[in-house]
Every structure is written in C-alpha cells, then in structure tokens.
Design a protein around this ligand. Structure first.
Ligand code: ADP
Ligand code: MG
Length: 364
C-alpha cells in the first residue's frame, strides 16, 4: 500500500514563549512512499520525524494537508482504523503480561466482523513470533528478556494484525552497537519477507542509508532531499545534506571560482569551466583525495592513522572550516608522517560546490 503525503503541515502552539511564533514541526511536506518499500526518514533530533510518523499513524491530526493510503484519504480516519503497526524506541510492552499475551493483545481488541476465533488468534501469534524468531520465549515476561528480545516482541506485536503500513520510531536506539546492527538486518529481512510498506525513523545516517530503499532527509520540518542512499550521498542538493551523510563526514573548505578555476586559498585545485566567478563552499569527501607529490592542494601534515585496509591522513589548511581535514587513502600508499606538508590531487566527482549565500549545490 503506497502512502501519499500532500502538503502536510503540523504546527504546535508556542507555549510560554513570548515573541515566538508557533513551532512548525512538519512544514508543507509532499512525498510518496512507494508500495512495499522501506523508507528511512532521517534528520537531526527535533527536526519533526516523530511528528511526521504520528501524523501518518493518526495519533496526531495535521494542521493542513492530506494523507492517503493507496487511493483512500485517511486524513480524518482515527489511528485504530488505519491498519498500521507501530514500534517505538522504548518497546512499550505490558510488563505483567507474557510475550504471548503481549503479542496477542492487539488481536483481542478486534471487534465485530474482525473478531477472530481463539485458534485463529493463536496461529497469528505463533506466525508473528516465528517471523521475529522468539518462539522459545513465549512464556517469559518482558522483564526476563534482553533489550533486543524485547524489541523483537514489540515488532511481533506490531506485525500480528498484518498492518498495511509499519511505522518504526528510532527502534534501535536503546540497543547496544552489536545488537543494533543485528536487529537492523532483521528488520530489513522481515520487511522484505512481508512486503509491508514501512517508514523507519532514525537520526543515524548510517542506519538509514544501510536499511532503506529510499531515504528522506528533513531539517526544521522541511523536506531537504529524497532518493536512494547512494544518489543522495553522491548528489546532495545542499550543504546540509552533504554534511549530514557520510562517515567520516565531508570536509568543507571556503573557496572561490575565478575564470573557470576553483581555488582553495591560493591553490587552484580543479577546473570548473561553466561556473561563474563566485564565492563557494567546497565539500570534499574523505575518499576524494589522491596523494601526489605535485598535488594541487597543499595541507599541513597532522598525522596518519592506519585502519587496516585504509589509511586516514589528518591534515590542516587555513581555508578548512573544520579544524582538521580527514582523507582516506589506500594502505598501499606511502605517506611520510614526519613531512611538514602533504599534497593532494582531487577526484573531481568527489568535490562538491555550494553557493556560499544559498548553500545550494552548484553542478559543474
Ligand atoms: P524528532 O522526532 O525529529 O526529534 P519531533 O517530531 O519530536 O522531532 O519534534 C519536532 C518539533 O516539534 C520540536 O521542536 C518539538 O519541540 C516540537 N514538538 C513536538 N511535539 C510537540 C508538542 N506536543 N507540543 C509542542 N511542540 C512539540
Ligand atoms: Mg523523535
């Protein structure tokens, strides 16, 4: 079931704040979540991700705009009639109920023609438990489970009614690093197996990029960019998107274009014919540097970190907006850590230019 958001806006009244307007948590958002796909909704804390999810679920009513499930306008439909499954960061299980009873709970609440027989309910509970691989834990209480197991129960409970849309709000945030990785792969497997249209909210760019068919990046309630992870990483629409995606993060320099050449400080580092003379931010991905004795960009050597497959060179340049520049090169390269300077050539497709005034991307 595809989900369509049309000019969706949610304002919260400003409370106790003089001279401040309403908080616009979601601002005129328009996009479509394709049927059967997993969309990663990504952005910094406070950018409106949870508000967006709660609008899709029906727990919140939009100030304006529309939500469609398939061709049906569900904007006015209460949450319980939308056919959604919800999973939160804090699991929200009933502590006094067993795993089996927790998963069963949404089915027991079905009324009228939707009501199921005891046997049908039991089968659905077992199927959901199998899907998340917790069959052997059915008689335990949540307090007797690890965080990862509790989150699996929460996912099983969200899936037991076979929702049309699955909504996950930072579901991995309470798990340790290893479990986070494992559970995220599990969620992807389950999503693919069931084909349920899914929105996965996270502030973690790596998590979103690795799990999603498509990522949607938002800032201050406003859609910044959407697309496949690699597309957005390679072609960020603006400086914010470029800085938000990638570890280590993109290196940003102050630069200018003059007569078809890009300058960082005094160094002419790249031909940029077609770009008018202007002040720019230059973004260079860590993998965009090539060690070269006669390289066009000269930086002060800071140090070298060996990371096995790769080497990370830390260097400094007056035009860099960050204290240090991080470049990643193959461990086959020979680097003199004690040299005063290091010279780089740049891979043109890893160099991104942004208008200094608008921070929008300039292609060349
Ligand atoms: P995120 O999930 O991305 O961290 P939220 O959707 O929770 O962000 O919040 C977005 C913005 O809306 C924040 O500025 C937050 O303070 C505000 N906000 C969220 N819920 C409410 C509410 N019930 N009342 C007032 N402001 C709210
Ligand atoms: Mg949130």
């Amino acid at each position: 079931m595809k989900v369509v958001l049309q000019n969706l806006t949610k304002k919260f009244p400003a409370r106790g704040k003089k001279n401040h307007g309403d908080v616009i948590a979601v601002n005129n958002f328009t996009f479509e979540i394709p049927d059967g796909k997993l969309v990663g909704l990504l952005g910094p804390s406070g950018c409106g991700k949870s508000t967006m999810l709660n609008l899709i679920s029906g727990l919140l009513k939009p100030t304006s705009g529309k939500i469609l499930f398939g061709d049906d306008d569900v904007t006015e439909l209460p949450a319980e009639h939308r056919g959604i499954g919800l999973v939160f960061q804090n699991y929200a299980l009933y502590p006094h109920l067993t795993v089996r009873q927790n998963i069963l709970f949404p089915l027991q609440n079905l009324k009228g023609k939707d009501k199921l027989s005891k046997e049908a309910m039991e089968k659905k509970v077992v199927d959901a438990a199998k899907l998340v691989q917790i069959e052997e834990l059915m008689d335990r209480k949540p307090g007797e489970l690890s965080g990862g197991q509790q989150q699996r129960v929460a996912i099983a409970r969200a899936l037991v009614k076979m929702p049309k849309v699955l909504l996950l709000d930072e579901p991995l945030s309470n798990l340790d690093a290893r479990l986070r990785l494992q559970t995220r792969e599990e969620i992807r497997r389950i999503q693919k197996e069931t084909g349920i249209t899914t929105v996965f909210v996270t502030h973690d760019q790596e998590e979103a990029m690795s799990i999603s068919d498509q990522i949607v990046l938002m800032k201050d309630g406003v859609l910044q960019q959407l697309g496949r992870s690699q597309e957005v990483y390679d072609n960020p629409a603006n400086l914010f998107v470029a800085k938000f995606l990638g570890t280590p993060p993109i290196n940003i320099f102050s630069g200018n274009v003059s007569d078809g050449k890009l300058y960082i400080g005094k160094d002419a580092v790249l031909n940029t014919s077609g770009v008018p003379n202007m002040e720019v931010y230059v973004g260079i991905r860590p993998e965009g540097f090539l060690l070269s004795e006669n390289g066009s960009l000269c930086c002060a050597m800071g140090g070298v970190e060996v990371m096995g497959r790769d080497i990370s060179i830390v260097s400094m340049n007056e035009a860099s907006l960050n204290f240090s520049i991080r470049s990643i090169i193959s461990s086959d390269s020979k680097v003199d850590e004690n040299a005063a300077f290091v010279h780089f050539d740049l891979k043109p497709n890893k160099v991104l230019l942004f208008d200094k005034k608008t921070e929008k991307r300039i292609t060349f």
